[in-house]
Design a protein. Structure first.
Length: 165
């Protein structure tokens, strides 16, 4: 696969994440989740911008200046990293939010793997380090989404009678 194609795939993945989290921030009624999803959307957008800047220079054979990204989003509440504790009590009809978590987990996991593989194909050590940093970033998001699903899943399944069979 060509370097250009790898950049296109990376940028498309970040745009998909940006749009998923933007929509989630606009649609959820949970105050904490609204802010977390908005922050995630903004982070994904900063990845789009950084990848575009790197791709433009690399593909022209120019010197690459790897942009500095904001720190990785901290999910500081171990009890419920994305949603307020009250969210769990009203989870029965929160299909969109639960779907966002599940889709987000897949997206973040695939992105982390993609960036590790992409880094193996890049010779520039600064770009390689940047891609590995993005991989760690995506992995940290996956872990927090997984943690949040662990907190919500059984309650969600029970509320929606998904254990009846």
């Amino acid at each position: 696969m060509e370097l250009r194609d790898l950049f296109v795939m990376a940028i498309q993945g970040e745009i998909e994440g940006r749009e998923l989290y933007r929509a989630a921030s606009e649609r959820t009624t949970d105050r904490k989740a609204r802010q977390v999803f908005l922050n995630l959307s903004n982070e994904e957008n900063s990845h789009v911008e950084a990848l575009n800047a790197i791709a433009e220079k690399m593909l022209k054979g120019e010197k690459v200046d790897v942009p500095q990204l904001a720190p990785i989003e901290k999910f500081d509440d171990a009890q419920s990293p994305i949603f307020t504790p009250e969210f769990k009590q009203a989870i029965k009809d929160r299909h969109f939010e639960v779907s966002t978590l599940r889709i987000g987990m897949k997206l973040e996991s695939e992105s982390a793997r993609f960036y590790r593989e992409f880094a193996d194909k890049v010779e520039n050590p600064e770009v390689k380090d940047f891609l590995l940093y993005l991989s760690r970033w995506e992995t940290s998001h996956y872990e927090k989404f997984k943690q949040q699903m662990g907190i919500l899943e059984e309650h969600y399944m029970t509320q929606n009678s998904l254990f009846r069979f």
